[in-house]
Design a protein around this ligand. Structure first.
Ligand code: GLN
Length: 317
C-alpha cells in the first residue's frame, strides 16, 4: 500500500463523513434516470457514502450496502484493464483522451470527429474500449471483463438480470453508436456483440462500499487494499485518473474539477466514485441526477469531503 498520513485517523473521518452526509441529504433536486425503464424504480431517497483508504480502512454511512447497477462507472475499470493489456500509446490512439463537451450518449460527437470516439468515458469510447477486450468469443471477452471488475471490487460481482434485460430491450442508441463506429472502421468484429458485452458490464451490481474499494484500488497504484491483489499497474492508474479528470463527469467535468479537484466517475443509476491518489477512494450512491447524469447528493457530499479532508490535488497545503 502507498503510505498516506493525509487522511485523518478514524474518529475524525467518521465525524466529517457524517457532516458531509447530513449536508448533502438536504438536497432533493435532480431526477432519477428513466431512459432505461428499470432505473426509474430506484428509491430517490436512497443515499450511501463510503470512504475506503489505501490502508484498507472503511468508513460508511447510510445505504452503503444497497445494490445498484454500476452503469458508466464500469467504463473506467474496463479502460484500466485495457490500458494494462495494450499500453499507453495504443489506447491513446484508438480511444482518445479529450472531453467531447457533449452528452455521454452523443452521436454528434462521433460525427464531428471523423468517427473517433474521443474518450473512454462517453458511450462511444466505452464501446470502442470494450471492443478491444481480448478473446475469440463474446463469452470469453465477457469473462475477462467480469473477472477484472471483480478484482477491483475484491469480491465476485454479478449481473443484475433485470437491468440487463431492461437496457438490452431499449438500447437502440448504443447499438446505433456501435454501428456508426463500425462504419468508420473503428470497431473490429460485430458491433452488436460488443454492445451486448458493454450492456452486461453496465448491469453489474455494486454498492457504495464496492465503489469506494474500487476507487481505493486506483488510489493505491493498482493494488486492492482489502485483498492485497495487484489488479493493474501504477502507470495504468495514473493514466486512467488523468482521463477521469478530463471526462469523468462528462460535459460537467470542468465544474466538478473546479469544486472537488479530484478524478471521479459517475453513472446514471446514481453511483459516483472519486479517487484521492495515494490516499483513498470515495463511493457514493444517490439516484437523483443533474442534467448531465451525475448524482446530485453524491457530488455535494464528495465536495464536502474533499474540502474537509484536504484532498484537492490542486491545493498546495
Ligand atoms: N448503460 C448506460 C448507457 O449506456 C450507461 C450510461 C451512464 O451511466 N451514463 O446508456
Amino acid at each position: 500500500a502507498v503510505s498516506t498520513g493525509a487522511v485523518p485517523p478514524g474518529g475524525h473521518i467518521d465525524e466529517l463523513l457524517s457532516r458531509a452526509y447530513r449536508h448533502a441529504e438536504r438536497h432533493r433536486e435532480g431526477a432519477v434516470a428513466d431512459y432505461i425503464p428499470i432505473l426509474a424504480q430506484a428509491d430517490p431517497e436512497a443515499f450511501g457514502l463510503c470512504v475506503a483508504d489505501v490502508e484498507g480502512g472503511l468508513h460508511e454511512l447510510g445505504d452503503t450496502r444497497t445494490e445498484f447497477s454500476i452503469q458508466s462507472i464500469s467504463k473506467v475499470f474496463v479502460y484500466a484493464l485495457l490500458c494494462d493489456a495494450y499500453g499507453h500509446e495504443r489506447v491513446l490512439d484508438v480511444v482518445g483522451v479529450n472531453n467531447t463537451g457533449l452528452a455521454f450518449n452523443s452521436v454528434v460527437a462521433i460525427e464531428l470527429n471523423d468517427g473517433h470516439p474521443m474518450n473512454p468515458m462517453v458511450n462511444a469510447g466505452a464501446i470502442a474500449t470494450t471492443a478491444l477486450v481480448a478473446g475469440d468469443t463474446p463469452e470469453r471477452r465477457w469473462t475477462t471483463v467480469l473477472d477484472g471488475l471483480s478484482r477491483f471490487a475484491g469480491r465476485a460481482l454479478e449481473v443484475d438480470d433485470e437491468v440487463y434485460r431492461s437496457e438490452s430491450a431499449t438500447n437502440h442508441r448504443n447499438r446505433a453508436i456501435a454501428q456508426l463506429l463500425g462504419s468508420y472502421g473503428r470497431i473490429e468484429g460485430d458491433p452488436l456483440a460488443v454492445v451486448d458485452v458493454y450492456t452486461r458490464q453496465c448491469a453489474l451490481r455494486v454498492d457504495a462500499r464496492d465503489l469506494a474499494v474500487m476507487g481505493a484500488t486506483l488510489a493505491d497504484g493498482g493494488v486492492n487494499p482489502l485483498t492485497g491483489e495487484r489488479v493493474v499497474s501504477a502507470d495504468v492508474c495514473r493514466d486512467s485518473l488523468a482521463v477521469l479528470a478530463a471526462s469523468g463527469l462528462y460535459e460537467r467535468s470542468g465544474e466538478w474539477l473546479f469544486e472537488i479537484g479530484l478524478p471521479g466517475k459517475s453513472g446514471v443509476s446514481g453511483g459516483l466514485v472519486t479517487v484521492a491518489p495515494g490516499k483513498a477512494g470515495i463511493g457514493a450512491y444517490a439516484p437523483r441526477l443533474d442534467p448531465a447524469g451525475n448524482s446530485v447528493r453524491g457530488q455535494i457530499a464528495t465536495a464536502y469531503l474533499s474540502r474537509a479532508l484536504g484532498l484537492n490535488v490542486f491545493a498546495s497545503d
